[in-house]
Design a protein around this ligand. Sequence first.
Ligand SMILES: *Cc1c(COP(=O)(O)O)cnc(C)c1O
Length: 375
Amino acid sequence: MQLEVSRAWIEIDLKNIEHNIKEIKKILSPKTKIMAVLKADAYGLGATEIAKKLNTLGIYDFAVATLEEGISLRKSKILGNVLLFGYTPIKFLSLVQEYDLIQTITDYEYAEKIGKLNLIKKLKCHVKIDTGMNRMGEKYNAFSHLNKIYKNEKLEILGTFSHLCTSDSKETKDKQFTEQQINHFNTCIQMLKDHGLVIGNTHIQSSYGMLNYQDLPYDYVRIGILLFGIHSAKNFYKKISLDLKPVCKVKARITSIKTIETGETVGYGRTYKAEKKGKIASVSIGYADGYPRSLSNTKAMVLVCNTYAKVIGKICMDQIMVDVSDIKEAKVGDIVTLIGDNPIVQAEEIARLAGTITPELLSRLGKRLPRIYKD
Ligand SMILES: *Cc1c(COP(=O)(O)O)cnc(C)c1O
């Protein structure tokens, strides 16, 4: 079995995705649909397998970041709509059509260039509206530009969307900014409708937009990280607490155990010095596998034989060392949990100690780790 030969791996419980979808649906109005955001290979967990599972759960709306990600879903026979959030260079738009993907119109200039192309049919698209994030999208109040985009003969406009950039905060100024973004989006939608233009399905909320601005009347919520039963960060504000179940666990093995004497040091730079005689285990996972090097000399812990063990010294490329002085039964070959559902090793806690957020932690889990699915 694959697991027995692996030095480190990711376990992915697809049943928990089913549970999380049910939880999310509890807070959505019946007319709002989930668009599952599976960019960066479903945050590192494997877009194909996750999308297949979602198809069986009746989810037929997906979003990814790039053309390659979209094509990959189609090649694995995923059914439904696939929106590309990112810009696709003009010369590859024929592939967007060939694979029946939906392109985001990032601004007026892009739409104008598409207007000049000889496409075999109209390009399916959603138009991105910039309501204040200033990352992507045509400005919400640039009406002459918007008017031309929506009248562009080469576009089949299936949706209109924007993105909130402070919906995960409870600071008054951030809430006000979010309200302002929502107002801008509504103004824009109204203006387009008043001119008889077809805007398609509307959407503005991602995970935290849904949790903190629950009652918005749009057609989709775009959900990424919450599908995986994980919050982006512990200190991000959430008005609603869902009973989510983490979908993934990261595990590795003890590959050696040695005794060290008082005063001996461990690892690169000798940053850890034993204050008493103890026992050190090497574990076969490192920063090349996505276990962040920034966890070096923090309070990061792992689970060994159901007991917490402290990570010591610098994280290496392929290995880490942990203090197992108090875990008598620990032995070579034992499985170590680095990320799991136990509070001290939850993704949120590991991300916090590494100075990042869980989407970065997950999406950087290395190619070298086999993904092992259970359903
Ligand atoms: C990544 C992304 C999402 C999903 O965000 P989560 O916080 O993971 O739910 C939604 N919309 C856009 C435009 C994104 O880039």
